[in-house]
Write a new protein. Sequence first.
Length: 347
Amino acid sequence: MSGRNGLTYAEAGVDIDAGNALVERIKPAARRTARAGAMAGLGGFGALFDLKAAGYTDPILVAATDGVGTKLRIAIDTGHVDTIGIDLVAMCVNDLVCQGAEPLFFLDYFATGKLEVDQAARIVEGIAEGCLRSGCALVGGETAEMPGMYSEGDFDLAGFAVGAMERGADLPRGVAAGDVLLGLASDGVHSNGYSLVRRVVELAGLGWDAASPFGPGTLGEGLLVPTRLYVKPALAAIRAGGVRGLAHITGGGLTENLPRVLPEGLGAEIDLGAWTLPPVFRWLAETGGMEQAELLKTFNAGIGMVMVVAPDRAGALTDLLGEMGERVVSLGEVIPGQGVAYSGQLS
């Protein structure tokens, strides 16, 4: 070749060697998530999964994808990136289980302007931890180094999960008036509503390193508590019998998400006095001057998952979930009508 100018891809801002170093660094974390059906480790052009080896005879596949939203901004600004990967996994697999599916494998997409191997490894190790806790294998992903696309230190994340269930086991199924609504407590704000959260923090004039006004540690740490993973207890409840529907309480809150699992002609009645509003939501509401209706359609308000269960199974399922570490509240019941009717006040 003539007229060569000596330019390299690294000089253009993309370091292939750093990418290779990251893959080697995260291989042990991915190996920890191996499960029945996963057939290969990281590094190939694609990932293989054997449904028969996973125990399925007539499977239906279910897929979900999601991100973490502007909660990423807090993780980036504080440098606390170790648990944001758990959020990413939870936002995908908690949706899968609402269909009645067991999460089988997970892939991630990590994009940044300049790859910092240590930061990226901490993020992916968090993703692996989320996979381990939900019983799915981390089988691959994509690391995209894109100079000029992101400001220094910024990154973006997306997740992709695939699950399976036997044919005929899909949810919701058989929901009827009189069914009991069991609420599973959240671990905080989870991963929705953070544009409003950040606006409230701005109004309060606080930095992420300020003492948390609603709990121990700093404000940033309090808002980065990862999304709770409901997969294993939810699957245990489904297998025990009596679960007719599951609603993951994400963007839209109870007001928008619960009706998604109710058939036409049925609504939900919820007693707001059945549980105590966690301090983080009380602080957000009071600082932002939020109306109760706004809080309930923006945040989970302390309830991260709702199970619609047969009335004669409510007690046994409450006990089972409690034994698995869930904090369970009887919220109300399914009623004729549409939408969610609230009684009482959050307290």
